[in-house]
Design a protein around this ligand. Structure first.
Ligand SMILES: [Zn+2]
Length: 332
């Protein structure tokens, strides 16, 4: 078994430690309509990202999975350039984002059957994205909270494409919701649960639901590490340790959903005029730091110590970062 990267297939031995859910960048639909002068120049996008990759390589990470949905500014030639210059193995994905607030799923594809969407995913998987020849190594599936009707179609489409191609699925859940909807869709598609990662469970308050995920052999993602405004890292560490103690170390995925830079020239949310100053001086800088500003090595420098404090050994951490992603990505 090999893993498809933006520079072609690699063997398991070349994978090193793996981050299963990170981004070079995520850009919301319409961002590219901004004046050119407001957008980051490509050479700067590349150099900033190469620096991040070099920092990760120094920590033993050799593979960076970027499950950016296709309509969220995915740019596979950018990923290839960063991979070539840094030596990092980068994996791109096919698949759409979620429907809420029009954040994802362009109108044309909302009017398609799941089989037609799966045909699009499979064309990318077999022939490459557009005319680049660059092939995805994972499928992205995303849901709103509560899960919407278009989200459900896209879960079916991802299931069809995964069954046909054998590629694993990485999911986005919104505020950790929609777990059972995702599980049921993938079960209905007849997928091997150990090739499906139920993502963004960082905010999960119901431990029974986490057990439901891992007991059924799905992977569970604590993959927004460092987003302390959402939930403190200590909460994540507690959940990880509890799952390890219950015998599910082999089902855990750790990652950060962090960007190498934020490509949006303006904030990604509505700002009431009377709160502009407060938001821009107090809230926005923290938000920027947590989504893109701090380095991708936060996991190693700030989160692993929380696990060690709770009795997790270095050997266990390395196993979570190497053995788990290999089994998930390669199915072996
Ligand atoms: Zn993400």
């Amino acid at each position: 078994m090999t893993l498809m990267t933006v520079r072609g297939p690699i063997e398991a031995e070349a994978m090193g430690q793996v981050l299963l859910h990170e981004h070079v960048r995520v850009a919301f639909p319409g961002w590219d309509l901004e004046a050119k002068s407001r957008l980051k120049p490509r050479d700067e996008e590349i150099s900033t990202s190469v620096e991040r990759m070099e920092q990760l390589l120094a920590h033993g990470v050799r593979t960076f999975v970027d499950p950016c949905p296709m309509e969220l500014g995915r740019d596979v030639t950018l990923l290839r350039a960063i991979s070539e210059q840094s030596g990092m193995n980068i994996v791109c994905s096919t698949g759409f984002y979620y429907e809420e607030d029009g954040q994802g799923i362009p109108f044309y594809w909302r009017t398609r059957w799941p089989e037609e969407v799966a045909e699009l995913y499979l064309r990318e998987i077999t022939e490459g994205v557009g005319d680049t020849g660059i092939r995805p190594g994972v499928i992205k599936a995303s849901t709103s909270n509560p899960v919407g009707r278009h989200d459900r179609k896209m879960l079916v489409a991802a299931g069809l494409a995964s069954r046909e191609s054998g590629l694993p699925i990485i999911t986005h859940t919104t505020h950790s919701g929609g777990v059972m909807d995702q599980i049921q869709a993938f079960d209905a598609a007849g997928l091997d649960p150990s090739r499906c990662l139920i993502g963004h469970q960082d905010q999960q308050e119901d431990y029974a639901l986490l057990l439901e995920i891992v007991r059924r052999d799905f992977f569970v993602g604590f993959d927004r590490i460092g987003m302390n405004r959402q939930v403190p890292d200590a909460h994540r560490a507690d959940l990880v340790v509890r799952l390890i103690d219950d015998g599910f170390q082999h089902r855990i995925a750790l990652s950060q959903d962090h960007m190498c830079y934020d490509p949006h020239p303006r904030p990604l949310y509505w700002i009431p005029r009377d709160r502009e100053e407060e938001i821009m001086t107090q809230i926005h800088p923290v938000h920027e730091w947590e989504i893109a500003g701090r380095p991708h090595t936060h996991l190693m420098t700030d989160f692993f110590p929380l696990l060690r404090e709770r009795g997790v050994s270095d050997e266990q951490i390395v196993s979570i970062m190497t053995d788990n992603p290999r089994r998930f990505l390669l199915g072996a």
